[in-house]
Every structure is written in C-alpha cells, then in structure tokens.
Ligand binder design. Structure first.
Ligand code: SF4
Ligand code: SF4
Length: 387
C-alpha cells in the first residue's frame, strides 16, 4: 500500500470538515468523536493471515479523520494489535491516539505479578503496534469494585512506572461496573479517562457515572453504543432516535451517544469501509448537549423493551451474592438471538461466571421487588442453572 499522506502536515483543514473533534478531558488532546473499535476486522481475512488487507480499515478511518484507535490483546484471535500496528506504522505517529489494555487475566500469572510480567505484556503490545508508546493504556475490564481494588493493589504501581518511563502516556480504565460503582473509581482521581458501555438502552442508569467523570476532567470513551446488537436487532423500538434526521437506526444510536457533551469518543467497531462511512455520517454537524438535557428530550419516547435487563443494577444486594445484573444481561442474549446457548456463551466469554452460581438462589424475592423492569429473575436463574 502506498504510504499515506500525513494529515497533520497537509490536510488537517479538510479533515476537520469531515470529522467532529472533542477535547479528551484535561489532557489537552483533541480526539475524533468517533473512534475506531478494532475488534471487528474481517474474520476470514484474519484467519487467512491477510493482515495488510485488514490494515486498510484503520488507514481508511484515518483518511476520514478518525484519530482514536482502540485495540487490545486477544481481539480478532489476538491479531488486532498486529493489524493496527501495520496501519500505525504508515501514518505520522503523533496524528493517531492508540490504546491498548491489560489486566491480571491478560498477564495470566496469578494475582501478584511482578514488574517484569507487566512489562513483558506491555512490550509485546508495543512491538505489535510498531510504536514506542501507547497513548491510552487501560486497566482492562473492571467488572466490579472488588476486582478494581485487586487490580489497583497488583498493577497500578506498574502503570505509573511505565508512564514515568514514557511507555504509556495516559492511565485509563475500562469497566463493566454497574450503577454508581463507576463514580467511586472516578473519585479515586487515579485515571485520566475511562471506557464504559453506554447506549440508548442503558443511558438512564449510566448518566451519573459519565457526569462524574466529565466533572472530574476525565475523558469518557464509550464502547457498545449499539447495546451489544440490541438496538439494530430491534429497530422499531429505537426508531424514535432517527426523528428529524436521515440516519439509519444504528447511525442514530451512535449519534445519540456522541451528542452527549460528557462523552468524548464513541467507538464504532468497523469491518468494512462502509461501516466507517456510516459512522462518520452519524456525527456530521454534531450538536453536543448535556446528558440531563438529552434524557429530558427522550423521556417517554420509544417502545420499552420490557423483557430486557437494562443493567441498572437496582437489584444488587442479593443475600447469596448472586451477580444478578450479569446473569440477566446474559439472559438478554437469548431474547435477542432466540438461541438458549447464547446465555452460556455470554456468561463464559464476557462475564466469566459459572452457570452453577445461579442455583444458589433461595427465591427470597428481594431482587424482583427492586427490579425496574419487573423481570422474573428467580425463574430465569432457575432456567440458567438447569442448562
Ligand atoms: S431471589 Fe434469589 S437472586 Fe433474588 S435476591 Fe433472593 S436469593 Fe438473590
Ligand atoms: S435485573 Fe432488573 S434491576 Fe437488575 S439490572 Fe436488570 S433491569 Fe436492573
């Protein structure tokens, strides 16, 4: 592939016409409102080793002004960092902000890794990305406050040292925490930004977290803007997002997220150039508004997806310590795909929770009394336990 023109030197004005940019918290960095999620490079190309071809996706995203590329170990059969590195080596390094991630699970050496264990992983990411620094390095996938505290004890010092040594520029975290737990991590003041799931389905329950981060001067990057496929799978329920626009439902869902003033980057996982064009169109002439204003605007709009768990976490506090929101999130997958097996796949691949824990439910009814969606939690847990 021909070496790309260097945007920062040559074509920045045209770039800005195509893309909307935001300040990343108090870092002084200007990032594109759409970021490239690199977990969806073409499966067949990845398997066939056509990595140069896959690298055309980030390069095309770059042409369209997307300067935030989010990658991680393990994505795309562990090839995502390599593909992203092929592209990164073809642009001026300072024109792109690249991320990667690590956690205890990625290091795979137990709960007390050494500095060398941490560095080995980081250096592998740097080598694959063909760079000598990573702009945003995530303490990856904090599922709960307990897990976050464990990671802080085991890894945060290594993050700080790597930053001092210039190998990473900003320490950030990514989280699937529910409810107000994120606010506690934000309050710690230890992170420049965070990556969380936020979308038109769960926004009511996630707003306080993004507001807290924004008020603290942190950048907020959003993954899962399409609700894990729930939004495109239920277009009629989300048609209201397209009102007054010529956008498709998925595009409108991206725009919905990106229009929050508290949200810096909305990640779009792209396999094709068309996916990139679609995502870029979603933020054309974007107007930012405070989360509270957006909530007011959409109040009462849309068809409630009554059977789905929204992840609000009001049901927490089970006497048997059953992680109910996670189990109900896994159950969502069955409703959306019509496939029972999707529940176990979600529990295993995403949450790393055994189905057996669901059998510990004593049917006290506490959670059902608190559930904002009035879900039959006890029945669903029983079904999961019996799978
Ligand atoms: S009904 Fe079951 S899951 Fe719900 S709070 Fe009681 S023990 Fe926990
Ligand atoms: S089960 Fe109900 S209360 Fe619990 S997270 Fe889901 S929707 Fe919220």
């Amino acid at each position: 592939m021909q070496k790309k023109e260097i945007r920062g030197e040559r074509a920045a004005p045209g770039w800005e016409e195509e893309m909307y940019y935001k300040q990343y918290g108090n870092t002084g960095l200007k990032v594109s409102a759409i970021g490239l999620g690199t977990m969806r490079y073409d499966e067949e190309d990845i398997k066939a080793g056509r990595l140069e071809k896959c690298a055309e996706i980030p390069l095309y995203a770059f042409e369209k002004g997307i300067n935030y590329w989010d990658t991680a170990p393990n994505y795309c059969h562990d090839k995502s960092e390599i593909v992203t590195g092929i592209a990164l080596s073809q642009v001026k390094r300072s024109d792109v902000y690249v991320t990667s991630k690590t956690n205890l699970g990625t290091l795979d050496v137990g709960d007390h890794p050494t500095k060398e264990d941490f560095r080995r992983r980081l250096e592998l990411s740097l080598e694959r990305l063909k760079t000598d620094y990573i702009d945003f390095y995530h303490m990856w996938c904090m599922l709960s406050l307990e897990s976050w505290e464990k990671h802080m004890d085991a890894l945060y010092g290594f993050f700080e040292e790597a930053k001092k040594d210039g190998l990473i520029r900003n320490i950030v975290f990514s989280s699937h925490m529910q409810g107000n737990e994120i606010e506690k991590v934000v309050d710690s003041g230890k992170f420049k930004g965070m990556l969380i799931g936020y979308n038109a389905l769960n926004y009511r329950f996630r707003q306080s977290g993004i507001e807290a981060a924004y008020n603290k001067g942190m950048g907020v990057v959003v993954m899962n803007p399409l609700g894990g496929g729930m939004i495109p799978a239920n277009p009629d329920a989300f048609r209201y997002l397209t009102e007054g626009t010529d956008l498709t439902v998925p595009q409108a869902a991206l725009r919905f997220v990106a229009s929050h003033k508290e949200i810096t980057v909305t990640l779009a996982g792209c396999t094709t150039k068309k996916h990139i064009d679609d995502a870029v169109k979603a933020v054309e002439h974007l107007e930012e508004k405070p989360a509270k204003e957006i909530a007011k605007e959409y109040e009462g709009k849309g068809v409630a997806l009554n059977d789905l768990c929204t992840g609000c976490a009001y049901c927490k506090g089970c006497p048997k310590e059953i992680p109910i929101p996670q189990y109900m999130d896994a159950y969502n997958q069955k409703i959306l795909t019509g496939n029972d097996k999707a529940i176990l796949a979600r529990l295993d691949n995403h949450w790393d929770i055994p189905k057996e824990k669901a059998a510990e439910c004593i049917a006290c009814g506490k959670c059902e009394g608190q559930c904002t969606q009035h879900l039959p939690i006890i029945e669903r847990l029983k079904e999961i336990a019996g799978m």
